[in-house]
Design a protein around this ligand. Structure first.
Ligand code: AMP
Length: 127
């Protein structure tokens, strides 16, 4: 079964400029903006400009240029946030929630970059 992208999802509307966002970085391949409900002092979402639902959708179907551009944008956002090596307090977590078990709320690929405090262990048991 192929991937199905909903062009009315909230991040598609942000990309079309129909909903405002607090932009941190933008280029031809990616948009990075602050999460509306931050869970850390720095909480930025980095999304590709193309219509991809999940990371595996992007990894399987995006062009080489899109993959390189998006990946470089994540690197640039880390540098802009001051969380790349060399900065005091460096460190962050990159998360791409995908699908039902991943508890993905918005069906447009987004990598959360969380930083600015100790983030605890990666997963806590929910059951
Ligand atoms: P996820 O569960 O990985 O799909 O997370 C979706 C994230 O998008 C959540 O952290 C929300 O707070 C965030 N979010 C939803 N709507 C907006 C918006 N309009 N602007 C910024 N972040 C948003």
């Amino acid at each position: 079964m192929g991937y199905s992208y909903d062009h009315e999802n909230i991040f598609a509307k942000i990309l079309r400029g129909e909903i405002p966002n607090d932009t941190v970085y933008e280029d031809d391949f990616a948009l990075a903006f602050r999460d509306i409900q931050p869970q850390a002092p720095a909480h930025v979402l980095v999304i590709p400009k193309g219509p991809y639902v999940t990371y595996d959708h992007f990894a399987n179907e995006a062009t080489d240029a899109e993959i390189i551009g998006y990946t470089r944008a994540i690197g640039k956002v880390c540098a802009l946030l001051g969380v790349a090596p060399g900065h005091e307090g460096a460190g962050y977590r990159a998360i791409a929630n995908s699908g039902n078990d991943g508890v993905q709320e918005v069906p447009h690929l987004h990598v959360h970059i969380l930083a600015g405090r100790p983030l605890g262990r990666m997963l806590q048991r929910a059951d």
